[in-house]
Write a protein that binds this ligand. Structure first.
Ligand SMILES: NC(=O)c1ccc[n+]([C@@H]2O[C@H](COP(=O)([O-])OP(=O)(O)OC[C@H]3O[C@@H](n4cnc5c(N)ncnc54)[C@H](OP(=O)(O)O)[C@@H]3O)[C@@H](O)[C@H]2O)c1
Length: 261
């Protein structure tokens, strides 16, 4: 059985590892983890005592068949450079970083390299994980990596150039959608005078039901708007405001994320 190394256990390293362990994609006794701040790993050790917590990243690099780089952007390449003397050429290096290219990683590791762009909502068994492989990754290795993530999310395998067209809609979207919910809740509380907590609970129930109907395809967005907004009614008035103001807000949002790349 393959051994998996994780360097970095921040928000995303944690989400990926707990999702893979939670869906039995990987066995705890085949996992080694290093985090610069060891305290963050206490919860992992308590839940999965068989996971090896290593204080020495080279030890993980030497022993891993698949090595996940889960540090923040500023550290990915320097961490890889430090570890590269210890990484076997056959080790599959997988970066979860959104901005660093396969070429940049291959310049520091002579073996197979893939990128996985996960989404924080994979912990709920939902969301889309994006995967792209470098030219040195044999087909069997590609399939193995994809299979790991297929247990805890949907998977889309893309050419690297296409990743940027999807990431706003997959890995960034949970944060962006949370902001939309927050603004909806705050305005709903201001308008209704109800407590924030109450407004959030009610809105989330409505949101889950709406998403479920749309995801099933039993109703389109336009069909739902038409059915709810009776002519001259209250919803129609609200929709007119959103129709005027939302498209430009979303255009600005995508412009900002595009410029940040
Ligand atoms: N958050 C998302 O939704 C998301 C989605 C897709 C991809 N990603 C990618 O996931 C990666 C991690 O992001 P995150 O959201 O998990 O960030 P985060 O919560 O801030 O975690 C950053 C991680 O990097 C480690 N780190 C930072 N500098 C380091 C250094 N110099 N040496 C060793 N370790 C270092 C941190 O260790 P300490 O605990 O010691 O600080 C921590 O484990 C990024 O590359 C990001 O592009 C994130």
């Amino acid at each position: 059985m393959k051994r998996y190394g994780f360097i970095g256990y921040g928000n995303m390293g944690r989400a990926v590892l707990l999702s893979l362990l939670g869906k039995d994609s990987i066995a705890p006794d085949k996992v080694m983890v290093y985090n610069r701040t060891p305290d963050r790993l206490k919860e992992l050790s308590a839940s999965y005592p068989d996971v090896v917590i290593a204080s020495d990243p080279p030890k993980i690099a030497r022993a891993s068949d698949v090595l996940f780089l889960c540090t923040d952007s500023s550290a990915v390449l320097s961490v890889l450079e430090d570890l590269s003397p210890y990484i076997d050429m056959r080790t599959h290096v997988v970066s979860i970083n959104g901005g660093i290219s396969i070429e940049e990683i291959e310049a520091r590791h002579n073996g197979p390299v893939s990128r996985v762009i996960p989404t924080i909502i994979m912990t709920s068994g939902h969301g889309l994980t994006l995967i792209t492989h470098g030219c040195r990754v044999p087909l069997a290795m590609q399939m193995d990596l994809q299979a790991l993530f297929q247990r805890c999310s949907k998977v889309k395998v893309l050419a690297e150039d296409d990743l940027v067209r999807y990431t706003d809609l997959t890995s960034c979207a949970p944060g962006l959608l949370a902001m939309m919910v927050e603004a909806f809740v705050q305005a709903g509380a201001r308008s209704s005078g109800l407590p924030l907590k109450e407004v959030q609970e009610v809105l989330l129930e409505t949101l889950v039901g709406t998403a479920s109907i749309l995801a099933k395809g039993s109703e389109s967005t336009h069909g739902l708007m038409e059915k709810v907004a009776t002519k001259g009614g209250i919803t129609e008035k609200g929709l007119r405001v959103l129709e005027m103001e939302l498209p430009s807000t979303f255009d600005h949002m995508f412009e900002a994320t595009r410029k940040a790349r």
